[in-house]
Design a protein around this ligand. Structure first.
Ligand code: SAM
Length: 292
């Protein structure tokens, strides 16, 4: 079958099923079936009948709103990719900005001559994607990561194999007591969807991302408020935190950090579309017990 005709057929099927990016996904599924990349597809003219049958099967799975990344088994992220599937949150492109801020910060901090490797902690690591990107791009950093859910932790184990990342299973609220007051950068993409927003979550996320990865209390800010406390305990004075939040939390998330009382230079960052996306803040010097 002609490659372009097959992509058109697949695109039409996915569009009719309400998939958000039908052309992109159709091409990705064909590339996956052919064992090539989307950018190399123009080199293919005809597709063998058995591959056409495979592609049609994959398209039906996607039309049933199974995430593209569950079908291909990978999620691209910055200069690499991680393995994903049932039981773990699929990394989103917008989180690349958060990881990029950490990489840039560490790169500049190193130029300012640190006397020891910078210590980075990824709280709520999921697939391990942020920890993996930092370890790959800042190989001189000492990277730690924690995940609460056993199933996600197993994916992180797989994605962090071969790195020196210290991966733990546990709750970020109590993890890393051994690092208290010594960490240079805390990064987190926590759950932040309000429970009441259940209806508005995309079908792919609602039906396939673990609920512990999405929802965080009635206003979606429960984990972020807890991070404002735990990150302050982990960081050394002058250390930095970077936390992703929902686009509607551009004021509420920084306000949660400002209210915690341990932070200075609390600032929000927008994504390329101008939507509020993550906050950064600097751990203030330790206050004395009298608050003076
Ligand atoms: C939005 S996902 C982000 C995963 C990954 N960092 C990413 O950016 O793709 C949030 C993750 O936090 C985990 N999580 C939720 N509550 C947690 C807690 N109290 N301690 C540690 N991890 C937690 C969830 O299981 C989920 O894997």
């Amino acid at each position: 079958m002609d490659r372009r005709a097959l992509v058109q057929e697949a695109t039409a099927r996915l569009r009719a099923a309400g998939v958000a990016s039908p052309e992109h996904d159709a091409a990705e599924l064909l590339a996956h079936a052919l064992g090539t990349t989307r950018t190399r597809l123009p080199l293919v003219t005809d597709v063998a009948p058995e591959v056409v049958a495979d592609v049609r099967g994959l398209v039906e799975r996607r039309a049933a709103r199974e995430p593209l990344q569950h079908i291909t088994g990978v999620a691209p992220f910055r200069y690499g990719q991680v393995a994903v599937g049932p039981g773990v949150f699929v990394p989103r492109p917008e989180t690349e900005l958060l990881a990029g801020w950490v990489v840039d910060h560490l790169t500049h901090a190193s130029r300012r001559s640190m006397t020891r490797p910078p210590v980075v902690v990824d709280l709520c690591t999921g697939s391990g994607v942020i920890a993996r990107a930092v370890a790959d791009e800042v190989p001189w950093a000492e990277v730690h990561a924690v995940e609460l859910e056993q199933s996600a932790h197993a994916w992180a184990e797989r994605n962090l194999a071969g790195t020196d990342v210290d991966l733990r299973l546990g709750d970020f609220r109590t993890a890393f007591d051994d690092l208290l007051g010594t960490v240079d950068v805390v990064v987190s993409n926590p759950p932040y969807v309000p429970l009441e927003a259940w209806e508005s979550v995309a079908v792919e996320a609602r039906d396939h991302d673990p609920h512990a990865a999405l929802f965080s209390g009635a206003d979606g800010l429960e984990a972020i408020r807890a991070l404002a406390v735990r990150a302050a305990e982990l960081l050394r004075p002058g250390g930095w935190v970077a936390v992703e939040h929902a686009d509607v939390q551009g004021e509420a998330a920084p306000a949660a950090f400002a209210a915690a009382g341990s932070w200075e230079q609390v600032r929000d960052h927008a994504d390329l579309a101008g939507r509020p996306r993550f906050l950064t803040a600097r751990r203030a010097a330790v206050r004395n017990p009298h608050g003076e």
